[in-house]
Design a protein around this ligand. Structure first.
Ligand code: DX5
Ligand code: ZN
Length: 225
């Protein structure tokens, strides 16, 4: 169990023309959340491995790569090569989840699976012992700035209960609509890594926003699940 929640600002919400200085502002974060969208699995397009390599050069904060792409089985390697520290891919986007998890881990990154809001936690039953992170999407993937789906609290509790039954303790990340107002309840429900896009980069002081979300999250951790 982590003793502190981890905060992962999503640079999808950053000022792209000033990405270097945006990364400076989030030096106190635990991860840089790097959203990869291919215009196929999700309607939007975002970043690729070239930009990831540049981000890795510009920051010492570990980079958490969220692949919202079709066929991650065949495309994850470019992101490992570009320096990803954590790679999550979508359960809905592939056929060979177990093989892809193993391959990412063998390549030296942490491996995780992301679940869309419409995908039940139960699909992880045969995978939970072989992954480092579960990413529970709390909005439909593709865009920043959406509203947190309240039903997600149940899924977080289910993921946490499943992990306990299997005797494992993966990182449980939430992504979408996370901010200071809901961080405590999210963590109390079982998450310990909080992605925050607009609530960090939409703030006039991103470092202060990170600190407040962390403080709220840690209150949830103190209360247990
Ligand atoms: C959405 C992305 C998120 C997004 C979150 O598909 O995966 O990481 O940046 O943005 P906010 O925190 O604004 O909901
Ligand atoms: Zn994301």
């Amino acid at each position: 169990m982590l003793t502190d929640v981890r905060i992962a600002p999503s640079i999808l919400a950053a000022d792209y023309l000033n990405l270097g200085s945006e990364l400076e502002k989030i030096k106190t974060a635990d991860y840089v959340h790097f959203d990869v969208m291919d215009g196929v699995f999700v309607p939007n397009l975002s970043f690729g491995p070239g930009l990831l390599a540049e981000v890795k050069k510009a920051t010492s904060v570990p980079v958490d790569v969220h692949l919202m792409i079709a066929d991650p089985d065949r495309r994850y390697a470019a992101y490992v090569d570009a320096g990803a520290d954590v790679i999550t891919f979508h359960y809905e986007a592939q056929l060979h989840a177990h093989r892809t998890l193993s391959a990412i881990r063998e390549a030296g990154a942490l491996a995780g699976i992301a679940l869309n809001p419409g995908t039940p936690a139960s699909v992880l039953e045969s995978l939970i012992e072989d992954l480092d992170m579960v990413l529970v999407m709390t909005v439909n993937p593709g865009f920043g700035g959406q509203k947190f789906i309240e039903r997600s609290y149940d899924k977080l509790r289910q993921v946490r209960a499943m992990a306990e039954e299997h005797g494992v303790d993966p990182l449980v990340e939430v992504d979408g609509g996370v901010g200071v107002a809901n961080a405590e309840q999210i963590v109390r429900s079982g998450a310990n890594v909080l992605v925050a896009g607009s609530s960090v980069f939409g703030s006039t002081d991103p470092a202060a926003a990170i600190a407040s979300i962390r403080e709220a999250g840690n209150r949830g951790l103190a209360q247990g699940d």
